[in-house]
Design a protein around this ligand. Structure first.
Ligand SMILES: Cc1cc2nc3c(=O)[nH]c(=O)nc-3n(C[C@H](O)[C@H](O)[C@H](O)COP(=O)(O)O)c2cc1C
Length: 198
């Protein structure tokens, strides 16, 4: 009979892995600063990876699904993003609030999901099921309710994929670095991932 050690039976933090997808269109932005505060509170041993969409040059999205064209294997940066997305159990969208919704780089990343759903052999939708979707967003407005449309979009998009939407960490800031003076946001950042049931 195989005897399990205590170590083997304990919850394995390595079973969770976080992908942070940073989608501000400027370097040194508030949203990434707030997300990094939250990430610092993740239990040690949880793998985490950061991808900054600004650096990636993801190609424009074209909806080719209704012309009958076969959807080819994604290549280059698109393939790397697809693989990183599938490998993570927890996806953190790091998006400034743009026009009450997500920033264009994050929207572009989500639009690409629609193509990935149709890549033969990938089973994208099935593999997204059961993941947890988190979001961090910073906006100029002090009234965080202006992010309600974003929250609705994320909740519905997660629901479409059968993923769990964990709610968002929100803060206020305009100039880069402002959000670090938003005491409420900083306090919420320290707690945000605590709901992750490690
Ligand atoms: C194109 C654009 C649209 C914006 N839309 C909103 C908005 O709808 N509501 C809001 O409160 N702030 C809005 N802002 C302000 C940004 O959310 C704010 O400057 C934020 O700190 C940017 O985050 P970042 O520093 O991570 O890039 C907008 C900024 C830009 C550039």
């Amino acid at each position: 009979m195989r005897v399990h050690t205590d170590n083997e039976l304990a919850p394995q933090p390595a079973l969770r892995s976080f992908l942070f997808v940073a989608g501000s269109s400027r370097p040194g932005g508030n949203t990434e600063a707030l997300a990094r505060l939250a990430a610092a509170e993740l239990p040690p041993g949880i793998p985490r990876r950061w991808l900054c969409l600004r650096d990636l040059d993801l190609p424009p999205f074209r909806d080719i699904g209704h012309r009958g064209d076969p959807v080819g294997e994604p290549a280059g940066v698109e393939r790397m993003l697809l693989e990183a997305t599938l490998a993570a159990t927890d996806l953190v969208l790091v998006t400034p609030l743009y026009w009450y919704s997500m920033s264009w780089p994050v929207k572009l990343y989500l639009d690409h999901w629609a193509t990935w759903e149709r890549v033969p052999g990938v089973a994208f939708k099935e593999r997204m099921r059961g993941k947890t979707l988190w979001a961090v967003s910073v906006m100029a407005d002090e009234d965080l309710r202006v992010a309600d449309p974003l929250l609705k979009v994320l909740e519905m998009s997660a629901g479409y994929l059968g993923a769990r939407f964990a709610g968002a960490l929100l803060g206020t800031g305009s100039w880069p670095g402002d959000v670090l003076h938003d005491a409420g946001a900083v306090a919420r950042a320290r707690q945000y991932f605590a709901q992750g049931h490690w």
